[in-house]
Design a protein around this ligand. Structure first.
Ligand code: NAP
Length: 284
């Protein structure tokens, strides 16, 4: 039950009604017996600054940020964590007595999923498909976990080149068109293949990035950050070709758990969060 002392948390986005963050956050909050509420806040882009000021004024303890506010919110904060600054986006705000600090837990969440499945990026070669916000978080997570090299396959490599250049001061990062012999050669050597495009996401579940599984080595681990559907066509064909696979559920749970830890200081029960999310995804 909420009381006058209940602290407030939220997820802000536009639209935001589809968000499953309240489901997994409230599951962990209740399991830990914490006195927090977590709600959704639909905020139009043109209202973002007012909304940030409002949450500060109303003494929200913190909030998550989702599309399309992850970059724009940074301008209204007092401080941005170093990892979030490098990634160029925040998904978590912590309010310390009126001082707002932004963090990015997408990158830690994306790595939690991988590490939890026993894949250690240290010294490995990765290929990413797509180069948007999710890719930036993954690239930084992989770099922080010692990845040897990253190749970004995209439909528009010229657009991706600045991103590859930006991160190549940390490790070897290159970009190329994903339908070239050059890309296929890199793919043959990859230990990890990640789809970060929305291709295959509901409702267009028949779509998938142009990967010929004959080009992917048998031991490669295949990851798709999408979680609706639970198994995209990309992951299904990977599994059918003998690859170990991981969907986007763990990334969502991982980022949520890391956000809740920033707000409350407790280590949330990730199994409880995973169960709540999986139940919501399978009973929709
Ligand atoms: P984004 O910033 O819009 O980036 C999407 C990337 O995919 C861009 O590189 C884009 O290329 C490419 N792309 C989009 N449509 C394409 C198409 N039809 N053909 C080829 N390439 C295409 O999106 P995002 O925020 O990174 O999200 C990407 C996916 O990750 C979404 O499905 C999202 O739901 C998922 N996600 C999951 C989690 C999680 O917790 N599991 C977290 C974040 C995101 P162009 O620049 O050429 O358009």
């Amino acid at each position: 039950m909420f009381t006058g002392k209940t602290k407030n948390l939220a997820v802000m986005g536009w639209p935001v009604a589809h968000s499953l963050s309240p489901v997994l956050q409230m599951a962990a909050i209740q399991q830990a017996g914490l006195d927090y509420a977590y709600i959704t806040l639909p905020v139009r882009p043109e209202d973002l600054e007012d909304a940030v000021k409002g949450l500060r004024a109303m003494q929200f303890r913190g909030w998550n940020i989702t599309i399309p506010h992850k970059q724009a919110t940074m301008a209204y904060l007092d401080e941005v964590d170093e990892d979030a600054r490098i990634i160029g986006a925040v998904n978590t705000i912590v309010n310390e007595d009126g001082r707002l600090k932004g963090y990015n837990t997408d990158f830690t969440g994306s790595m939690w999923g991988l590490l939890n499945r026993g894949f250690d990026p240290d010294g490995k070669k990765a290929v990413l498909l797509g180069a948007g916000g999710a890719a930036r978080a993954l690239i930084w997570g992989l770099i922080k976990h010692g990845i040897d090299s990253i190749c970004i396959g995209a439909r528009n490599p010229a657009k991706v080149a600045p991103l590859a250049q930006e991160f190549s001061k940390y490790t070897k990062v290159e970009s190329m068109h994903w339908e070239t012999d050059e890309f296929r050669a890199v793919l043959r050597d990859a230990d990890l293949l990640i789809n970060t495009t929305p291709l295959g996401m509901a409702p267009k579940t028949e779509a998938m990035p142009p990967v010929d599984w004959a080009d992917v080595k048998a031991s490669a681990f295949v990851y798709d950050v999408i979680y609706t559907p639970l198994e995209t066509m990309f992951l299904r064909t990977a599994r059918e070709n003998g690859h170990e696979t991981l969907n986007g559920e763990a990334m969502l749970v991982g980022q949520g758990a890391d956000s809740l830890k920033l707000w409350t200081g407790i280590e949330p029960d990730r199994a409880v969060m995973s169960h709540a999310l999986h139940t919501a995804l399978t009973t929709k």
